[in-house]
Design a protein around this ligand. Structure first.
Ligand code: SF4
Length: 375
């Protein structure tokens, strides 16, 4: 069954009614169960559960340590292009966001230089990102960037415009092992309101994209919604449902969830549903209880203090030393347009030290392509 069909049985009214109807006994039951269903998730996301985060946090910590140990996988984003023809109203790269800084697509030589700089810092896992510009950044270019990145990193993932299964298959041949696709929001009306121009405005094509990547043999699949576009409980619930769907539909892949929260946006955009720290913590804890085996990713959009606090509460992956500008690591500094402002500006070593201080081990490499060949 497609995820869109599954989603149809959980419209906003049903989710909100279930969340608001949750009783203390429902929260207690959700907390003590071994396997949680969608109604348990509603109870854990409820305003009532917000008053008992401590026992939920203890269970989230227990589950995370059971499945992942005391480890945090480290990765770094590498923007290879900021050219974009789409108009997503919340994004600094959007064609009508009014930014005058430079647009640039890195040449293959420039990609190499950036990869070298990041590999020298110890990274073994990279996430390549682009805007949506099929002419300036065709799938063949992305494929070439993947092949180059594989020369430097054990693990290469992409966060690019959505593609056909055959494109993902080609990427896998070139060494890709991860695809990240945020639905941004699962609410079709909000989705249409914020995605004004471009292929991304096709809700149906995007919502099925992660399944296409899974069918193409991509080993790591990551979903998420952009928190702040709608009621966080709704998009949080739907994201969790999506992750569980992908776990079943693409059972050979590892599934992870990201929690990007809108903080800095272009002037023309107003964040409709600002998410507080406490709400984000509740969301991460609730999702951990619902998805015990999923990796959880927290990016440098969040402050150092907040990221450090979340280390023991369910997070399993972190970026560090990030730039959201093409060439931002070694070539162009702050010359090129950034996608969004980074909050955690600590160096890689500082983030790794903070992880160790929390009693966790930063992991630079958790995968080798030899596994694929059964060696
Ligand atoms: S979110 Fe992606 S597709 Fe939309 S404007 Fe930004 S870079 Fe372009």
């Amino acid at each position: 069954m497609s995820f869109k069909s599954e989603l149809a049985s959980w419209p906003a009214e049903r989710v909100l009614t279930s969340i608001n109807a949750a009783t203390p006994a429902d929260v207690e039951r959700a907390l003590s169960k071994e396997e949680r269903d969608a109604l348990d998730l509603c109870a854990l996301l409820s305003p009532l559960a917000a008053n008992c985060l401590e026992p939920i946090a203890r269970e989230a910590q227990r589950l995370t340590r059971w499945h992942f140990g005391r480890t945090i996988s480290m990765y770094v984003p590498l923007y290879i292009s900021n050219v974009c023809g789409a108009d997503c109203t919340y994004c600094g790269y959007a064609v009508r966001s009014g930014n005058k800084e430079k647009r640039r697509t890195l040449t293959t030589d420039e990609i190499r230089v950036e990869c070298e700089a990041l590999a020298a810092q110890g990274f073994q896992s990279v996430l390549l990102l682009t805007g949506e510009a099929r002419r300036a950044v065709p799938p063949s270019y992305i494929g070439e960037a993947i092949a180059i990145a594989r020369e430097y990193f054990a693990s290469v993932a992409v966060e690019v415009y959505t593609l056909d299964q055959s494109n993902y298959e080609d990427f896998v041949q070139r060494g890709l092992d991860g695809v990240t696709i945020y639905m941004e929001t699962y609410d079709p009306k909000t989705y249409a309101d914020v995605h004004l121009i471009g292929e991304k405005s096709d809700y149906d094509y995007r919502i099925e994209a992660i399944d296409r990547a899974g069918r193409a043999g991509v080993r790591r699949l990551s979903v998420g919604s952009l928190l702040g576009l709608t009621d966080w409980r709704l998009d949080g619930f739907w994201t969790a449902l999506h992750a569980r769907h992908v776990q079943k539909a693409c059972w050979q892949s590892a599934v992870s969830v990201s929690f990007p929260r809108l903080r800095h946006v272009p002037e023309r955009f107003h964040i409709p549903e600002l998410v507080t720290d406490k709400q984000l913590v509740q969301l991460i804890l609730a999702l951990r209880l619902f998805l015990p085996e999923a990796g959880f990713n927290l990016s440098t959009r969040e402050t150092p203090e907040f990221r450090d606090k979340l280390i023991p509460l369910g997070v399993t992956m972190m970026s560090a030393g990030s730039s959201t500008r093409p060439g931002g690591y070694s070539l162009y500094g702050e010359e090129t347009l950034e996608q969004f402002e980074i909050e955690d500006r600590r160096s890689v070593d500082e983030v790794a030290a903070a992880i160790k201080r929390a009693g966790y081990e930063p992991v630079w490499k958790d995968y080798d392509h030899a596994f694929d060949r059964g060696i």
